[in-house]
Ligand binder design. Structure first.
Ligand code: COA
Length: 338
């Protein structure tokens, strides 16, 4: 069984807010934000919602894969910012696409969410339960930011990314343009996963849900926002991510030097540079989208994957690592042969 990503798509809100634009409303500066994070601007929603961006990203991924919505068996959306507690964003995507055959549900693993969702889809596909999955990371983080808290609100952005994942069992797939891909058994695709969680340290990056409120206890509804101990999260990221990547490379029987790209969660350019250094890998192998997207949590990895795919930077046989880390705390890595 070969399990491949056969299409990618993404959707960003129309409105772009630069660091200078942000500094008009928040006590900050382009110099502070860019020098500490590498972020120049981010997209923020006005009309868009988590579901509308997800549907658009999914439609683009299906077009890129050359398949129709009716072929999708499974939709998993990784998000912490769905528009509703229920229905899930995945169910909204199903409705938006008209993917009537699909089973749909959301996953919450914060910034590792896309990798967790991908691993979950892989498990369904690998065991033959389903054949074709749509995996998304989608966030409207701007609605859970405290816009008075300059240490967090400058870091995050909104957007959605999607990947179509399909299991092949030695059959030929014919694309819309008539070309054929012969899928050989046991070659390429998703090769290895590694993931973990550390709930004991979870409160260093948190956003509270609703308080208890019933006949026995009254708590008037008050909105809650993201709170973060930036330096603790930074230390977690620079130690955990390279170790996770080393482990997933070992599982795949490969080395950092075999990888064409390292598609990392886009939180901070200094984290990316530190991971590159620890892996002794060329920084040029770490594509970046945080300069124009900021940190889009679960959407960062699929948006970046779509960007490099659209630019034609991925060729059949290229090996890449994808890695996510963040709230929970959680982390996950995968090795993929394109
Ligand atoms: N603009 C201007 N000043 C700011 C600011 C902003 N947006 N945010 C905070 N500051 C100020 C603080 O008030 C503090 O001032 P003080 O020293 O006078 O008290 C100072 O800047 C803090 O600066 P510093 O300690 O140098 O910050 P830092 O180097 O730790 O950088 C982060 C802060 C958040 C960029 C960094 O900790 C980080 O990237 N952490 C990881 C966060 C992350 O990636 N989270 C998501 C993971 S999924």
């Amino acid at each position: 069984m070969v399990i491949r990503i056969i299409g990618t798509g993404s959707s960003l809100p129309q409105q772009v807010v630069t660091n200078d634009g942000l500094a008009e409303a928040v006590d900050t500066s382009d110099e502070w934000i860019f020098s500490r994070t590498g972020i120049r601007e981010r997209h923020l929603v006005k009309e868009e919602t988590t579901a509308s961006m997800s549907v658009e990203a999914a439609e683009r991924a299906l077009i890129n894969a050359g398949i129709g919505a009716e072929e999708v068996d499974l939709i998993i959306v990784a998000t912490i910012t769905g528009d509703y507690l229920t229905p899930s964003t995945a169910c909204e995507v199903q409705a938006g696409l008209g993917a009537r055959r699909a089973v749909a549900f959301d996953i919450n693993a914060a910034c590792s969410g896309f990798l967790f969702a991908l691993h979950t889809a892989y498990a369904y596909l690998e065991t033959g339960v389903y054949r074709t999955a749509l995996v998304l990371g989608a966030e409207t983080l701007s609605k859970i930011m405290d816009w008075e808290d300059r240490s967090t609100c400058v870091l995050f952005g909104d957007g959605a990314g999607a990947a179509v994942v399909r299991a092949f069992n030695g059959e030929t797939r014919i694309r819309d343009d008539g070309s054929q891909w012969l899928e050989e058994k046991g070659k390429g695709g998703l090769l290895a996963f590694e993931q973990g969680s550390d709930g004991a340290r979870g409160k260093v990056l948190s956003c509270k849900g609703r308080e208890n409120n019933n006949l026995l206890v009254r708590n008037p509804f008050t909105p809650s926002y993201v709170k973060m101990d930036g330096q603790e999260v930074y230390k977690f990221a620079v130690s955990t991510v390279p170790a996770s990547i080393q482990r997933v490379l070992e599982k795949a029987g490969m080395e950092a030097g075999d990888m064409k790209y390292f598609v990392l969660h886009q939180a901070n350019i200094r984290i990316i540079q530190s991971v590159a250094k620890r892996l002794k890998a060329d920084e040029g192998k770490f594509p970046v989208s945080l300069d124009h997207c900021g940190n889009v949590s679960a959407a960062s990895v699929p948006i970046l994957l779509d960007e490099i795919n659209k630019k034609g930077m991925l060729e059949r046989g290229d090996k890449i690592v994808m890695a996510g880390f963040g709230g929970g705390l959680t982390w996950a890595s995968a090795v993929l042969e394109w």
